[in-house]
Design a protein around this ligand. Structure first.
Ligand code: ZN
Length: 326
């Protein structure tokens, strides 16, 4: 096997761990994702490398799948103990705001406009990883990043595949034996597909298109959980999940509703919406919003802007049974 999985802890995060993959490169080693900027994660990374007989200085390349805290924030730490080239999808650099205060405020305002109570939106500002790991994010954003294009051949036997959806510039890295999927395809849970403050960005549509790009009979090496035996089968399950959710959103939308009300009404694997903590409520609102945006572009729902944004079924409901998939 030409790679090794390092399972790093994620203290304070429900996911529990993130997988970081060590790959062999022409001039040393590469890491796919680096982990969360905490003492426990940094220690686990150094110990893992030591057990494998790899010195930190031998890490010459880092390939990050996306800008979420559990994948990227340990990058500055790595830059201190080694001097790797840092790679990330070009969409992640150009389309994600680097001012985290502004970004967090944009989210809070948008979610209030979509019916979230002020206390949910405001609490979100405090618990979001962008706030909790703000210092690390600021450090990481100052690093010299090499932007990676779709289908670009890279060192370490990898090829980048641009897979926007979970984030605007999410990128997976294909090797001969399988694909390092980041959060794009996970074995047990469905990645959160949420709204982004990017005009015209239809995250669910992008995500479903991106799933097709990895629907191969290869293995998947995800950022959370164990190896995926067959990516085509798992991506098919994920498409079905979103198709069902789109139908459910249409089914509950019998009268004008805000995104928040839609999120309250639809069923969630994790339990009833009202029992969610603030963090998961925000995830759920974002998830409902991305499905409503998809249905809006498909011409099946429309919005009315008043004091808040309300959604209505579009007049033409004849094609309800055939929600078009990209
Ligand atoms: Zn993520």
């Amino acid at each position: 096997m030409s790679f090794t999985r390092l399972r790093l802890p994620l203290p304070g995060m429900e996911l529990g761990h993130v997988n970081v993959y060590l790959v062999k490169c022409s001039d040393g080693y590469g890491l796919v994702d680096v982990g969360l900027a905490t003492y426990d994660s940094a220690l686990a990374l150094l110990r893992g490398l030591k057990q494998l007989g790899v010195r930190p200085g031998e890490i010459t390349k880092v390939f990050v799948t996306h800008f979420h805290a559990d994948h990227i924030t340990l990058a500055q730490f790595l830059a201190e103990v080694s001097s790797p080239d840092f790679h990330i999808g070009e969409g992640e650099i150009s389309r994600v705001a680097s001012s985290f205060d502004d970004l967090a405020k944009m989210y809070a305002e948008e979610y209030k406009r979509h019916g979230a109570p002020a206390e949910v939106a405001e609490a979100f500002l405090k618990v979001h990883p962008m706030s909790r790991f703000r210092k690390s994010f600021e450090d990481v954003w100052r690093l010299q990043w090499r932007s990676v294009r779709d289908d670009e051949g890279l060192d370490c036997g990898l090829r980048a595949i641009s897979t926007p959806g979970h984030t605007p510039g999410h990128t997976v890295y294909a090797a001969a034996h399988g694909i390092f999927t980041g959060d794009h395809v996970l074995p047990k849970i469905t990645p959160n597909i949420s709204w982004y403050p990017i005009p015209g960005f239809n995250p669910l549509k992008e995500y479903l298109k991106s799933l097709k790009k990895v629907a191969t009979n290869k293995r998947g090496y995800p950022a959370h959980g164990d190896e995926i035996g067959n990516l085509a089968l798992r991506t098919e399950e994920l498409v079905r999940h979103h198709e069902e959710r789109l139908r459910e959103v249409m089914a509950v939308l019998r009268e004008p509703m805000t995104t928040y009300q839609v999120a309250q009404k639809i069923s969630w694997d994790a339990g009833p919406f009202e029992q969610f903590d603030v963090y998961n409520k925000i995830f759920a609102i974002g998830e409902a919003y991305s499905h409503l945006l998809y249905l809006e572009e498909a011409g099946l729902v429309r919005r009315v802007e008043k004091d808040k944004v309300y959604w209505l079924p579009a007049e033409r409901r004849d094609n309800l049974q055939n929600i078009p998939l990209p």
